[in-house]
Design a protein. Structure first.
Lengths: 117, 113
């Protein structure tokens, strides 16, 4: 059971380059999330999706775009990378809220470490 | 609005000593509360969760947490620290009306031999 898989695991970009991070989940979850983790700041939500074809902004959406064309995939794009986007990016997924007390937590991928030089 | 405050960004304990990691939350509705652990260069793994059943919740690796509504707290404890407990710990909150998780800034636990 793979759970949540992120691709790639590591990447170095030059300022101004673009890239797409892929997140895939095999748990049939409706909700998917992209977070960034920076020292001393915990996890901050970038964008999220409550279902196929829908996306919404989180706390720090600037400089990022997302797409959820298929239920199992959630893509995070950086159109023009900046050094401030150097971070560790985590994808997570969860069931629809309110479907039962057993189905409440988020499941995380292993992260993508991105460095922008 | 919901939020989580973790007191103490770094906690050091001796091997065999009590572990206490503090978490206070703010929520306008009954919350779901979580503790996650992150080992170096890995993702977040669920330790335990509170979902309005028993207020004392037991998790993996001997950890437990108690939901105290009057104190809006959900502190994480373990009676005896082990070297393998060294990691980053995150408290998080959500509720059935929303569709997001709100995380604290994390507490780094160091276990001294």
């Amino acid at each position: 059971n793979a759970g949540v898989t992120q691709t790639p695991k590591f990447r170095v970009l030059k300022t101004g380059q673009s890239m797409t991070l892929l997140c895939a989940q095999d748990m049939n979850h409706e909700y998917m999330y992209w977070y960034r983790q920076d020292p001393g700041m915990g996890l901050r939500l970038i964008h999220y999706s409550v279902g196929e074809g829908t996306t919404a902004k989180g706390e720090v959406p600037d400089g990022y775009n997302v797409s959820r064309l298929k239920k199992q995939n959630f893509l995070l794009g950086l159109e023009s990378a900046a050094p401030s986007q150097t971070s560790v990016y985590f994808c997570a997924s969860s069931y629809v809220f309110g479907t039962g007390e057993k189905n409440t937590e988020a499941f995380f991928g292993q992260g993508t470490r991105l460095t922008v030089v | 609005a919901q939020s989580v405050t973790q007191l103490g960004s770094h906690v050091s304990v001796s091997e065999g000593a009590l572990v206490l990691l503090r978490c206070n939350y703010s929520s306008s509705v009954p919350p779901y509360l979580f503790w996650y652990v992150q080992y170096p260069n890995q993702g977040l793994q669920l330790l335990l969760k509170y979902t309005s059943a028993a207020t004392l919740v037991k998790g993996i690796n001997g950890f437990e947490a108690e939901f105290k509504k009057s104190e809006t707290s959900f502190h994480l404890t373990k009676p005896s620290a082990h070297m393998s407990d060294a990691a980053e710990y995150f408290c998080a909150v959500s509720d059935y009306t929303g569709n997001q998780f709100y995380f604290g800034t994390g507490t780094s636990l160091t276990v001294i031999p």
